[in-house]
Design a binder for this molecule. Structure first.
Ligand SMILES: [Zn+2]
Length: 285
């Protein structure tokens, strides 16, 4: 008579049981047989090895791999939510959503300090070690107590997402302020053409390509002599001083300094035009 060691392993979770169930259902290598039990707010899957024809060791390895997938793929959302709830509760709902999405985006882009294969191996090892001694694993407790490094990694990503969100917010406030300056000013000139030159420097000219002579820009020419100035900031300040009715950015098919172009477009809105090739463009780069 053939004899297999019948053994069930129980995997429990309160946070997202459906994700766990899906992982087991979608597994192609083995068809898992399980029973679902709800105890309190925890959903337990009793997964048995009865029909799978695997040794206990193999069975645990398969389970450990699936549990690792759950922790890597489905768990960051849960950790992120908890971190935001505990540490960033002072943001409003929309801001929290924004931070959550940013953090997930960072994770998707692989902005973890630790390499993905490394992380997977570390987590898999911990799960294996745990299953060697236990027949029941509750994911929440396991992640919080056995995978502290992983939780810290996700927490660092949330912090980075918050920093990014605040920078963006600051930028938007800055743009709003600049827009306001431009709106309240009488235009000093009709048109300003921006020629982008090598080394991200620029020239402001009129429609005929002549340098803009303007009393308001006197201070700027002096600053332009210095080598340590930030040309992009200077460009924006000059434009705001002139408050032209039309701003034409001559890109000559190059992307140009993206951030600066974006800021000009944000501040001048419909007054901005981009040129991708004309006789003025060729005077630039
Ligand atoms: Zn042009």
């Amino acid at each position: 008579m053939k004899f297999y060691l019948v053994e069930a392993i129980t995997v429990g979770t309160s946070k997202n049981p459906q994700a766990l169930i899906n992982r087991f259902n979608e597994n192609k290598a083995v068809k898992f047989h399980y029973k679902i039990n709800n105890k309190g707010n925890i959903t337990f899957l009793d997964i048995d090895n009865y029909q799978s024809n695997k040794s206990t060791q193999e069975f645990k390895k398969l389970l450990a791999n699936i549990i690792t997938d759950v922790i890597i793929e489905d768990w960051p959302q849960i950790i992120i939510k908890k971190i935001i709830r505990d540490h960033y509760y002072y943001f409003n709902e929309e801001e929290k959503k924004n931070i959550r999405e940013k953090a997930l985006e960072f994770i998707k882009k692989g902005e973890f300090p630790c390499k993905p294969q490394m992380r997977r191996m570390n987590i898999l090892n911990e799960v294996m070690k745990f299953l060697e001694r236990n027949d029941e694993i509750v994911l929440e407790g396991f992640v919080n107590f056995r995978l502290k490094d992983y939780v810290v990694e996700v927490a660092d990503i949330v912090d980075a997402a918050v920093d990014d969100f605040l920078l963006e917010k600051e930028y938007m406030e800055f743009i709003r302020l600049l827009k306001y300056f431009v709106e309240i000013q009488e235009p000093k000139v009709n048109e300003v053409h921006i020629l982008l030159e090598k080394n991200n420097t620029f020239k402001l000219v009129d429609r005929d390509g002549n340098p803009i002579e303007n009393e308001y820009l006197d201070g700027f020419s002096l600053e332009l002599m210095s080598s340590s100035i930030n040309y992009e900031d200077l460009l924006i300040s000059a434009l705001i001083t002139l408050a032209p009715r039309v701003v034409v950015i001559h890109l000559n098919n190059s992307p140009g300094p993206r951030e600066t172009v974006k800021t000009i477009e944000n501040v001048f809105g419909r007054r901005t035009r981009k040129c991708n090739g004309c006789s003025l463009c060729h005077k630039g780069t």
